[in-house]
Design a protein around this ligand. Structure first.
Ligand code: NAP
Length: 490
């Protein structure tokens, strides 16, 4: 990719707010800067919504709701299918845009875009499978009819780490179910969402069904929409702290909520694991998205007998990764998203080392421009270290040893989070037993990758409520209505 490619994709992306089918400036003309985390320089300015823009977006979604709910499911599905194909036909440009605003290497951006598009393909297929039921009451004197209807207008809030996939995971089922929506992408990475909105227009989405508000005042713009009551659904992906605040706000008008929140994934390697598989899985679970993933392996819990070999092999692989601007050929690891994210990793590593961890590789951030942090492996990490309890959100593998299965499971479950746990063993009985004992919404059994649009993604404990993807993903955007039918057979 050349500088002229960068200029071309930045020039092509809409920079306004998308409300009622029109791109427009924010009230008062305010803008916010989108920066390149590899250089710290501003790429482009986008409209910075004020609360009145948010209310306009809600009104546009409300105006579109009834007619969109009445659109034939097949037609809604075909809009998603066309959008899927448009995304895939433009994967190179969309990947460059994503890398510029978020930092991940181009190959990873392409991977995310394919994953994001798959949600449209999947939910395009689900749109025509919304079912209902008819039954005879137990006493035989009446009949039950059950139908599923769109929940209504939805408010969707997404984070910066997967700027397109976290959007399509919500927009796909909302469209399939027949819901109009307002989406607020993260202020740091709005460009991928803007490009996606333009694609959905091209795919035939009616005006007002999707409204995009980008803002530097997330709370000021979204809280009135949540408290308004006309929207009936709030779907949020982001940190547990913000999720809790939004749950409080949503309680005022009892919105249906889906919460995809933080994680603190344990990665268990037993003495009977296939070490090749475990090392490959560890690299995938740790280094996808530079470690900036809710599914990232946060704590490696490794049996004492295999820990030295596992640590040596991970250190060798991590040490060989090339760090640099994600647009450059051969780069494996891009910058972290901002100075705050990088400084948090620096602090967590320092705290672990102060408490007795040893640095096997990395831990020396450069001082150039951009928010780079080197792939790092720490061994002998005490469970008292902060990074055993907090999301690292960076390329740091923290290894702790265990001696028996009970100890490993207890350590794995010793967290308020419960999104995903990884487990490596070749013993089938142990695999099943430990999978059942781990407190997580998802288990990676001999694999470092769990995300799949056709599978139910989500967490337990403080990692969230509800599931995205799979055959249950659309239910989050549907209400069940039961019609009691008086019937005596005459
Ligand atoms: P965040 O700070 O919670 O932000 C997420 C989104 O919420 C952004 O759009 C943000 O807007 C918005 N927001 C912040 N405060 C708000 C408020 N008061 N009212 C309404 N919206 C508000 O999280 P993040 O740092 O972007 O993302 C990282 C977190 O997301 C991690 O904890 C990660 O584990 C989690 N995550 C979870 C999943 C999952 O599926 N479970 C997937 C990906 C990420 P601004 O951009 O303007 O701050």
């Amino acid at each position: 990719m050349t500088p002229s490619d960068e200029a071309r994709v930045l020039d092509a992306v809409p920079t306004g707010l998308f409300i009622g089918g029109t791109w427009r400036p924010a009230a008062g003309g305010a803008t916010l800067a989108v920066d390149d985390p590899a250089t710290g320089k501003t790429l482009v300015e986008v409209a910075d919504a004020r609360p009145e823009d948010g209310m306009d977006a809600l009104a546009a979604a409300c105006a579109a709701q009834a007619s969109f709910a009445a659109m034939a499911p097949r037609e809604r599905g075909e809009i998603l299918r066309r959008a899927y194909e448009l995304i895939m036909s433009r994967v190179d440009d969309l990947a460059l845009l994503m890398t510029l605003e978020m930092g991940k290497p181009l190959a990873e951006s392409k991977g995310e875009i394919a994953y994001a598009a798959e949600f449209f393909r999947w939910f395009g297929e689900e749109a025509v499978r919304i079912d209902g039921g008819y039954a005879i009451a137990p006493a035989g004197t009446s009949r039950f009819m059950v139908l599923k209807q769109p929940v209504g207008v939805c408010l969707l809030i997404t984070p910066w780490n997967f700027p397109m996939a976290m959007g399509t995971r919500k927009i796909g089922p909302a469209i399939a179910a027949g819901c109009a929506m307002v989406i607020k992408p993260a202020a740091q990475t709005p460009l991928s969402m803007h490009a996606l909105a333009a694609i959905l227009v091209e795919a035939g989405l009616p005006d007002g069904v999707l409204n995009v508000v980008t803002t530097s005042d997330a709370g000021g713009v979204m809280e009135p929409l949540i408290r308004d009551g006309r929207a009936r659904k709030l779907s949020f992906t982001g940190s547990t702290g913000v999720g809790k605040l939004l749950l409080e706000q949503a309680s005022e008008k009892v919105l249906k909520t889906s919460m995809e929140l933080g994680g603190n994934a344990p990665f268990l390697v037993f003495d009977d694991a296939d070490l090749d598989k475990a090392v490959d899985g560890a690299m995938q679970a740790k280094m996808r998205n530079m470690g900036e993933a809710c599914t990232a392996a946060n704590r490696f819990l490794v049996h004492r007998s295999v820990a030295p070999a596992f640590a040596d092999r991970i250190a060798e692989r991590m040490g060989a990764l090339v760090v640099g601007r994600g647009t450059e050929d051969g780069v494996h690891v891009g910058p972290l998203v901002d100075a705050k994210g990088r400084d948090k990793v620096v602090d967590l590593v320092r705290d672990a080392v102060d408490k007795g961890a040893a640095v096997k590789v990395g831990a020396q951030p450069g001082d150039g421009p951009g928010y780079f942090y080197p792939p790092t492996v720490l061994t002998d990490v005490p469970l008292a270290a902060r990074l055993s309890h907090e999301e690292i959100f960076g390329p740091v593998a923290a290894i702790t040893v265990f001696d028996d299965e009970d100890e490993a499971v207890a350590a794995a479950n010793d967290t308020e989070f419960g999104l995903v746990s990884y487990l490596f063993t070749e013993n089938l009985t142990r695999a099943l037993r430990v999978s059942e004992r781990l407190e997580a919404g998802m288990i990676g059994l001999n694999t470092g990758l769990v995300s799949n649009p056709a599978a139910p993604f989500g967490g337990v404990k403080q990692s969230g409520l509800g599931r995205e993807g799979g055959s249950v993903g659309i239910d989050e955007f549907l209400e069940t209505k039961y019609v009691a039918i008086g019937y005596d057979g005459k």
